[in-house]
Design a protein around this ligand. Sequence first.
Ligand code: NAP
Length: 239
Amino acid sequence: MMTVLITGASSGIGAGLAKSWADDGYRVIACGRDPARLAALQQHSPNISVCQFDMTDGEACRIALSDCRPDLAILCAGTCEYLDRGEVDAALVERVMRTNFLGPVNCLAALQAQLVRGSRVVLVSSMAHWLPFPRAEAYGASKAALSWFARSLRLDWEPKGIAVTTVSPGFVDTPLTRKNDFAMPGQVSVDSAVTAIRRGLAKGKDHIAFPVGFGLMMRLLAALPDVVQRTLLRRMVRP
Ligand SMILES: NC(=O)c1ccc[n+]([C@@H]2O[C@H](COP(=O)([O-])OP(=O)(O)OC[C@H]3O[C@@H](n4cnc5c(N)ncnc54)[C@H](OP(=O)(O)O)[C@@H]3O)[C@@H](O)[C@H]2O)c1
């Protein structure tokens, strides 16, 4: 039976993916920090086992993930915090980078010896780094770093037969985005996100971006000259 390891499985997109694969008979290792939410997820299906650790702690990752041998590892856990009034809060930036960039790196380091030819790792990034959105200095930089890491890793792991996929969602309705106090165009449900991710993986894609229409608009904006991008994005700067 195929084993799918998912970080960030206690909430949002990760929880949706865990339930979907478990319902289809896959063995799912669901990772997160919150024991209550992990226990609730485990109730969903006997195919789900849970693994509790903080992925910003490299040693905790190494111990927790020492014997998983996943066929598919989805590194979905992440956080989002914005800077306010252009004030650079170093502690905030560190928290976001540790969770969104160094956390997945810790997981990859812990899992790499267990990955065999034919296995795949999936790094959940975001469209947020395609354009320099105001307030998203930390979040955008963390996802840009993760996506860049994935691009190089894809080449280095290709000869080993290990595939690397990046996922770039637009807005998905989860606890992470429910904190946002701004309009979220093109927002989709967790169910649509799960369908898009699973469809892309079934096709063996290196990059999965959804929703498609919003992604196309973002790509078009990202292709504009910097001065035009800034003129458009300046309107989003808060007084
Ligand atoms: N929602 C969106 O619109 C959107 C858009 C683009 C990209 N994304 C990305 O998609 C991923 C999932 O987001 P979501 O919206 O589903 O968020 P979510 O509902 O807030 O879930 C975040 C998950 O990450 C886990 N997590 C956070 N910090 C962790 C840590 N230090 N160690 C271990 N686990 C940790 C949480 O576990 P515990 O709660 O158990 O600690 C939780 O399961 C994130 O990487 C996010 O950046 C989301």
